[in-house]
Write a protein that binds this ligand. Structure first.
Ligand SMILES: [Zn+2]
Length: 328
């Protein structure tokens, strides 16, 4: 049963989304999106709608692979050019419309994206969490989601529990998972929720359309750490990925999109050229590529693509509206 507060929150969110669907296509028609770069971040992909119903993974607005195909097709048919981060280091003809696809965390199910990338010959960045690949342990937010879902806990309560843990360092999160769900809980339940193996990361890296990026060693939410720890989280992950793929990543996505000035300084000191946050805004071109390029990203959504493509462009995502309502 939903609480009154939850029902109200959901209704307000739906209202805001519906207004967005009506207004945004008009704004888009007048303003257009030339000289702008839209970046989307995905987490997992489902191979089918049936796989989604397993509830093995925190849904996070994840798409099926067919929806992902439609998503790419939408932007191509509207004449957007797909970029990879290194394209920003060269001089772009900035009068065009640009889009970039990124995947966070390093789920095995990201391999499903490869067929779509090959089909349309477009690039994508995959930000890998080193330690989950090494240990093949399930991601902690999925552990919470799948166990609590089974217990019948509401979506809002699950999210609140996840939000609390995001304020902790990874050792404390591990301890919490162990105490609440037991050591077996770290074992993935299926291909839906497992991380890539080392071999699969290598396979992915061999694709001409895949770029491998850094997502820290332990999916550390970096503002919870001091400078030395931040440096360790980022550089250890780069060493791991370099040893695995032969390439040192030059792009980083800060876990959960959280960053502060120290994170940016460290990323630049280590030699990254491009860093990604999770602020739902477009990026204006050209970018200053003489220093660390710092880019905003929208969370990808499984809303109907023709609505969704236009809806997102005024800078609101269903997620950000919901978060805002929840904080008040
Ligand atoms: Zn992440």
């Amino acid at each position: 049963m939903q609480s009154i507060k939850e029902t109200l929150t959901n209704n307000l969110r739906r209202l805001a989304e519906n207004i967005g669907f009506l207004i945004n296509p008009l704004i888009l028609k007048v303003k257009g999106e030339n000289s702008q770069l839209l970046i989307f971040y995905f987490h997992g992909l489902y191979e089918s709608a049936a796989q989604k119903e397993l509830h093995h993974i925190d849904p996070q607005k994840n798409m099926t692979v067919n929806q992902f195909d439609e998503f790419v097709n939408y932007f191509l048919s509207h004449h957007y050019i797909f970029l990879k981060p290194e394209d920003l280091l060269a001089d772009l003809k900035i009068e065009n419309k640009y889009v970039m696809i990124t995947f966070d965390d390093g789920y095995f199910n990201n391999m499903l994206a490869l067929d779509v990338l090959n089909k349309y010959k477009i690039p994508s960045v995959f930000f890998i969490t080193a330690n989950n690949v090494i240990t093949n342990r399930s991601y902690w937010w999925d552990i919470i989601y799948k166990y609590r879902f089974k217990q019948g806990v509401s979506e809002l309560k699950i999210q609140n529990e996840q939000e609390l843990l995001k304020q902790l360092k990874y050792e404390a999160i591990d301890k919490y998972i162990l105490e609440n769900f037991g050591s077996d809980s770290f074992k993935p339940w299926s291909d839906a929720d497992r991380p890539l193996t080392e071999k699969e990361v290598r396979l992915l890296a061999n694709s001409p359309y895949a770029v491998i990026g850094n997502h820290t060693y332990n999916h550390a939410i970096l503002p919870n750490y001091n400078k030395e720890e931040i440096t360790d989280e980022i550089s250890r992950s780069n060493t791991f990925l370099k040893n695995l793929t032969g390439i040192t990543p030059t792009s980083i996505a800060f876990p959960n999109g959280n960053f502060n000035k120290i994170c940016l300084d460290v990323a630049e000191e280590i030699g990254f050229r491009v860093a990604f946050n999770a602020v739902p805004k477009k990026n204006n071109l050209p970018v200053d590529n003489h220093r660390l390029i710092f880019l905003n990203r929208f969370m990808a959504s499984n809303n109907y693509i023709k609505h969704y493509g236009s809806f997102y462009r005024v800078g609101y995502t269903p997620g950000s509206i919901k978060a805002r309502l929840r904080n008040h």
